[in-house]
Design a protein around this ligand. Structure first.
Ligand SMILES: [Zn+2]
Length: 148
């Protein structure tokens, strides 16, 4: 399955498909040590975790993943529970969800959790065949955000 590749490879693929490559480049492990200070804001690390490491605390988060923005941690981070725990499709959907948080953060949108801008951005992915987003969007709109 494609989701058993490194998660950053899936991130690269999704970034091309849905965002035209506009989301930050995902750094390789330890690569950030070599990045010049001037480049700091525009990077993210992307990795799988086997426990809910880093998924508590304030800010946009999801029980199966979390985007940690670059004011809290540098580089910004996306962590997603491994497909071994949640399955390949849920892993992929969680990554997409967290990438929408990254999109908004790096576009300068400062919105708490799943507000109108988040919902609109997620919903726009339905046009790419990601129809599962419609169900998620509905939950956020009626305020029944669950812990998926
Ligand atoms: Zn979220």
């Amino acid at each position: 399955m494609t989701t058993r590749r490194p998660l950053r490879d899936l991130y690269l693929e999704l970034n091309e498909r849905f965002w035209g490559g506009r989301l930050p480049r995902p750094l390789r492990v330890n690569e950030w040590l070599d990045i010049a200070i001037v480049d700091l804001p525009r990077f993210v690390t992307v990795r799988r975790v086997a426990i809910r490491e880093g998924m508590r605390g304030p800010g946009p988060h999801h029980a199966t993943g979390r985007f940690i923005h670059s004011r809290t941690a540098w580089p910004a981070r996306i962590v997603v529970l491994s497909w071994r725990l949640i399955g390949t499709e849920q892993e992929r959907r969680t990554l997409i969800h967290e990438m929408v948080h990254a999109e908004l953060w790096f576009a300068g949108v400062r919105e708490k959790d799943h507000g109108p801008r988040f919902v609109a951005a997620l919903e726009s992915l339905a046009a790419y065949g990601e129809e599962w987003v419609l169900e998620a969007v509905e939950r956020y709109r009626v305020g029944k955000e669950d812990a998926r």
